[in-house]
Design a protein around this ligand. Structure first.
Ligand SMILES: [Zn+2]
Length: 288
């Protein structure tokens, strides 16, 4: 099955009161693991690629080639979107050219008028090509940026303005943060989410920084209109745990335990467990 836009799968998720997971990929092992789980669980899936991860994998053409090749060779039949995560204006065009089926334009750091102008232009380009576009209002902070306590909350009126441009999915800050949450984190602002949902109607909303948000808060966010949840750090932690245990047990020193296919396998196994848990939590299992 060819890559599909994330628009329909997220619209369907919003109507069905569940969410589709975006799992970020870093290499072949991750991509294969996420696709295999999605197929096994009959779940739609969004493969997220940050600009840094795209560069790490050699470039966007390499990513598209790898993903399309795996979909074909593994016989993947569930809907898969290949999505640029937190794209710059230039990055969006590069990914569109390379064959991504979805892009996020993160114009949240621009003055609102500039975010609006650039998002408007990208709405036209992506809709003509049948691709999905995610926009962001209200920057989503990260612990690495020194943000503590609570992430930014988006202005619901600004969310409506951007939603009305015709974007496919909308990321809005509701107190969420990227990476591990600090101990003094105030939790998600459901008041903000509810106000955004009221203003934007059917627009599928995106929850970034899914790692470490308690399951009950994620479920409540989905009830209030979130139809896409991004997961990245949690997979990284699971993968590192698996590989660490293997090496700490000295297994890389036994026989051919140094073979990268053996060395990375426990990391993949741990990561797959995380992806399954998330798909179950989001309610996307069986929705392909
Ligand atoms: Zn994000």
């Amino acid at each position: 099955m060819a890559l599909v836009s994330a628009k329909e799968m997220c619209a369907k998720a919003k109507a069905g009161h569940y969410a589709v997971g975006q799992f970020n990929i870093n290499n072949l092992e991750w991509t294969k693991a996420i696709l295999e789980v999605a197929q096994e669980k009959q779940s739609p899936v969004i493969l997220g690629v940050s600009e840094g991860a795209g560069k790490y994998m050699g470039g966007y053409d390499a990513v598209v080639g790898m993903v399309n090749g795996l979909i074909k060779d593994l016989g993947i039949t569930v809907p898969v979107a290949l999505h640029l995560d937190h794209g710059s204006y230039e990055g969006c065009y590069k990914c569109i050219k390379a064959g991504f089926s979805s892009v996020m334009f993160d114009g949240s750091h621009f003055p609102f008028e500039e975010n609006l102008a650039k998002t408007t232009e990208l709405v036209h380009v992506t809709s003509q090509l049948g691709l999905s576009l995610e926009a962001e209002v209200g920057a989503i902070g990260g612990e690495e940026d020194g943000v503590v306590g609570q992430g930014e909350c988006a202005d619901p009126a600004e969310c409506k303005t951007i939603a009305d441009l015709g974007v496919s999915i909308l990321a809005a800050g509701i107190g969420n943060i990227h990476g591990k949450y600090p101990e003094n984190w105030a939790g998600l602002s459901f008041e903000t989410l509810d106000a955004i949902q009221q203003q934007t109607g059917d627009m599928p909303l995106v929850l970034h920084g899914g790692t470490g948000i308690p399951a009950d808060q994620v479920k409540k966010a989905i009830e209030l209109g979130v139809a896409k949840v991004n997961v990245n750090t949690e997979c990284q932690l699971a993968f590192a745990k698996g590989v660490r245990e293997y090496i700490e047990a000295g297994k890389d020193l036994e026989g051919k335990g140094f073979d990268p296919r053996k060395l990375l396998a426990p990391g993949v196994a741990e990561m797959k467990k995380t992806v399954i848990e998330k798909m179950e939590l989001f309610g996307s299992v069986g929705q392909a």
